[in-house]
Design a protein around this ligand. Structure first.
Ligand SMILES: NC(=O)c1ccc[n+]([C@@H]2O[C@H](COP(=O)([O-])OP(=O)(O)OC[C@H]3O[C@@H](n4cnc5c(N)ncnc54)[C@H](OP(=O)(O)O)[C@@H]3O)[C@@H](O)[C@H]2O)c1
Length: 324
């Protein structure tokens, strides 16, 4: 069994706690908050045996094997490193790091401490993602030429950590990481060119981001991330012989239907997924920790993601400065 602790009383815990309970080899032992009342209220609400004040106190607990880190983005690296130093395995929310050099530090520390560290991209653990990749790599649309993908949802006015530059806010890091990682998964490698354009919020974060990636294999990806339009996610893959349309690419439902169009004929491909999202992510993590299975999202992949996101950001900043 993995005995879990959670750092922070984040909203996303509502989805992950039930998954930890459904996963076969996990037990949720404690939740930590910076604030005693919040820790106690969260523990009560979710029937978590122990409420802990302070993240380090939880890391110092000998009865915890692994921690889930759903903190604001700039806290991912320091608390991942602190958890590794305490000998804990880590499942950290995306984006694991905003600077690729930090992934190298995490990887070295994790290797030395013999612990598993994985970035949380729930969609990567879903059967639909494997089906999409297998169809494309099997030539279902011919040679893949373009990926068109995005993730947008509307956020109310600040305060919200997503509008806070000092906490790593912004649409690209928050939701742009989804289409970027999916495009890299389809291409099988990192892009050789990344160009971005952002609409900047008055707080200083990118409120809307459009990016263009070019891959050596001849694939172009057009990615979009935003906080300004209602919730919508999309993924379409265009190839020399057809196109694949993927509904709910980043949070597949229990049953999804892909549309595979070849030479004008549309075939529907039904995929059965999880009825409870996040369970497969937790069970794959269990397999890495308890059985030594390779992480589904490796740190090498997380590094490629961080490199691409940083390049997109830099490009958008340059673009804005050259117009100013
Ligand atoms: N995989 C997914 O589908 C998914 C979905 C949503 C979010 N996420 C990721 O999960 C993470 C958390 O997102 P969320 O929306 O759930 O966050 P949230 O509700 O804002 O919670 C973040 C938690 O971080 C702690 N925290 C520490 N320093 C803080 C600070 N300076 N300001 C605010 N909170 C601080 C707080 O816990 P205490 O006050 O208890 O210490 C807070 O509850 C992000 O990295 C996000 O990208 C992933």
């Amino acid at each position: 069994m993995i005995r879990w602790g959670i750092l922070g009383t984040a909203r996303i815990n509502r989805r992950v706690i039930p998954a930890m309970r459904l996963a076969k080899r996990s037990e949720l032992v404690a939740v930590a908050s910076r604030d005693r009342a919040k820790a106690e209220a969260h523990a009560r609400e979710w029937s978590i045996p122990r409420a802990v004040v302070g993240y380090q106190t939880l890391l110092d607990s000998p009865d915890i094997d692994a921690v889930y880190i759903p903190l604001p983005n700039t806290d991912h690296v320091p608390w991942t490193l602190a958890a590794i130093a305490a000998g804990k395995h880590v499942l950290c929310e995306k984006p694991l790091a905003l600077d690729p050099a930090d992934i190298d530090r995490i990887a070295s520390a994790a290797t030395a401490a013999k612990v598993v560290v994985e970035e949380g991209f729930m969609y990567r653990h879903e059967p639909m993602t494997a089906t999409v990749v297998s169809l494309l790599h099997g030539g279902a649309v011919g040679a893949v030429r373009a990926v068109v993908s995005g993730f947008t949802f509307a956020i109310g006015p600040p305060p919200n950590t997503r509008f806070e530059p000092s906490l790593g806010g912004g649409a690209l890091w928050d939701v742009g990481c989804y289409p970027v990682t999916y495009a890299q998964l389809i291409a099988g490698h990192e892009p050789t060119m990344a160009a971005g354009h952002a609409l900047w919020h008055e707080s200083g974060v990118d409120e809307e981001f459009t990016g263009l990636l070019r891959f050596d294999s001849g694939i172009t990806a057009n990615v979009y991330a935003g906080f300004r339009a209602a919730y919508r996610t999309w993924l379409e893959v265009l190839g020399s012989d057809g196109a694949l349309t993927v509904p709910n690419p980043f949070r597949p439902g229990p049953v999804e239907t892909l549309a595979l169009e070849r030479h004008g004929v549309v075939e529907r491909v039904h995929v059965t997924g999880s009825s409870d999202i996040f369970v497969r992510e937790i069970e794959d993590f269990e397999a890495s920790v308890l059985d030594g299975a390779p992480a589904v999202v490796s740190l090498a992949e997380s590094r490629r993601t961080a490199v691409t996101l940083a390049a997109l950001h830099a490009s958008a900043r340059e673009h804005s400065q050259s117009r100013a």
